[in-house]
Write a protein that binds this ligand. Structure first.
Ligand code: TXE
Length: 484
């Protein structure tokens, strides 16, 4: 299960080069150098993948839950067996600390497959009786060929999060990982071959979003799209897919509030807040990037948070003691730094970080940034309204629940929120009024795969996770039988 220098598409059970013969250059963000090449696929490759998926669908959709379960569990076992190879590949591709790849990204990927392989066996549909007249029962049938498109921040984790429910429900899939981080999706292709996944059931196309990604969205035979990525991309995808009446699940950006009341468990909150601010270099759509602290706690929080942030180790992601690795690309680092400049112009004071982290040796040319805390900004300035998607957070004091609720809900996004308090009624009151699809009380990123997951407002449309994902990847058909 070794990474290769020249990645291939996985179509109809075969590893094949792109028809164009062109490739995309892949950089190791922690080294700042080219290390591999991915296929620069076009509509022609997508057409072949859709054709293969369409041909595989009749058999796969009728093969039976037990067989689908067995094959998906085998695929999960292979990922687990090669966990170290997958983890190393993920870290090379993304710049994230190896500890994260080993303990979160890859374990969650095989869990996704196991979870949905099992969930489908517990999936049921409804029946509605019309007294003395008729019985309605609802069939939940696989849709056919579906498209799954995922981003670069949690590559295999999010790729499998979409593919697993689609396959478990009996669909055939054409999937595209991010062109910035395609290596573990390529390894997944090899794992599929080893697991004996029937040809055409899963097809993995590599390529640029506006070319290969868009070809998947536009293809008339792709009936449903599950997408995670930027809000602007989601908007473009919706504009193409809506007039074709495709089913859409969009998991987009976030600008999540972290609301800290003075009565919280300080130690637990501090340790988790460091994590929710800077895990994966702040490149998780669920990171809490706006931190609101109740006034009596503000100064104590600020002093401790800055002190602990300064102690975080930025550096070689292959080292087990690194807290923050590299951000995903040079371009992305520029974008993040431009927001720090904007924050200063808007009157913000940089309490720590705000600049490139100089990491020497083999990492001298890598894309590192110091974790950054900014204070003194209004809740409605651009820095506090737009998604930065890096290791940058703002801190702001508040006096009342009403005030902080207004701040929290003032953005266009509505993905997740964290609330820190030991006051149970307040936690429930806040949770009810907050604009977010996911609310954590006294914790962060504690995920039960059975729960609905997704955002409101510009953070997306639809919910993934558990039965929601299985509902999304099936077509409901009601059958009404009259009593005679
Ligand atoms: O994402 P894109 P990018 C946010 C974050 C980041 C910004 C842009 O703020 O800075 O989005 O990141 C494919 N048709 N998030 O540019 O472009 C693309 O190839 C079909 C939040 O990397 O949205 C990739 O596979 N597909 C986020 C996927 O979409 C298209 C995670 C995501 O890429 C396409 C990542 C098109 N026209 C970034 N254009 C989260 N919510 O977790 C692109 N793609």
């Amino acid at each position: 299960m070794k990474p290769e220098k020249y990645l291939k598409n996985y179509i109809n059970g075969q590893l094949v080069p792109p028809i164009s013969g062109q490739s995309i250059t892949l950089y190791n963000p922690a080294i700042g150098e080219v290390y591999a090449y991915a296929p620069d696929s076009t509509q022609k490759d997508v057409n072949e993948a859709v054709e293969a998926a369409e041909a595989a669908f009749p058999k796969w959709s009728k093969i039976g839950i037990k067989t689908r379960f067995r094959l998906m569990m085998r695929l999960a076992d292979i990922i687990e067996q090669y966990l170290e190879e997958f983890a190393q590949a993920e870290t090379t591709d993304t710049g994230k600390p190896i500890t994260l790849s080993r303990t979160i990204d890859i374990p969650r990927s095989h869990s996704n497959l196991r979870f949905f392989a099992t969930a489908i066996a517990h999936f049921s549909s409804e029946a509605h009786q019309m007294e003395n007249q008729a019985i309605n029962y609802t069939l939940r049938q696989p849709i056919g060929v579906v498209g799954c498109i995922s981003p670069w921040n949690l590559p295999l984790y999010l790729f499998t999060w979409k593919i697993a429910p689609a396959l478990a429900a009996g669909n055939c899939v054409v999937a595209k990982p991010s062109e910035i981080t395609p290596m573990t999706a390529f390894l997944l292709s090899k794992a599929c071959i080893e697991a004996g996944i029937p040809p055409g059931v899963l097809n993995i196309i590599h390529g640029y979003g506006p070319i290969a990604g868009q070809a998947i969205i536009e293809h008339p035979k792709v009936k449903a799209i599950s997408f995670t990525g930027g809000t602007n991309t989601g908007r473009k995808i919706a504009a193409i897919a809506a007039p074709m009446f495709k089913k859409l699940s969009l998991e987009l950006g976030g600008k999540n509030p972290n609301i800290i009341f003075a009565d919280c468990d300080f130690e637990e909150m501090m340790a988790t807040t460091l994590n929710s601010s800077f895990a994966n270099q702040g490149q998780i759509c669920l990171c809490g990037s706006r931190i609101f602290v109740e006034e009596p706690l503000y100064e104590r929080f600020k002093a401790e948070f800055v002190k602990r942030t300064r102690m975080l180790k930025v550096g070689d992601p292959t080292s087990a003691i690194t807290n923050l690795g590299a951000v995903v690309s040079d371009l992305h680092r520029e974008k993040i730094l431009s927001y720090v400049e904007l924050a200063k112009k808007e009157g913000g004071k940089v309490l720590c970080g705000g600049e490139i982290a100089e990491v020497g040796g083999k990492n001298a040319k890598g894309y590192f940034l110091k974790p950054t805390i900014i204070e003194g900004l209004a809740h409605d300035c651009r820095t506090n309204q737009e998604e930065i998607f890096g290791p940058v957070v703002t801190i702001m004091p508040f006096k009342t629940e009403e005030e902080v609720l207004m701040y929290a809900n003032s953005v266009e996004y509505g993905l997740s929120t964290t609330i820190w308090t030991n006051h149970i009624s307040r936690a429930n009151r806040m949770a009810e009024q907050i604009h977010a699809g996911v609310v954590w009380v006294n914790c962060w990123l504690l995920r039960d795969l059975r729960t609905p997951f997704g955002g409101m407002k510009s953070s997306g449309v639809g919910r993934e996770g558990g039965l929601e994902a299985l509902r999304f990847f099936t077509e409901a058909k009601n059958v009404c039988v009259k009593y005679m």
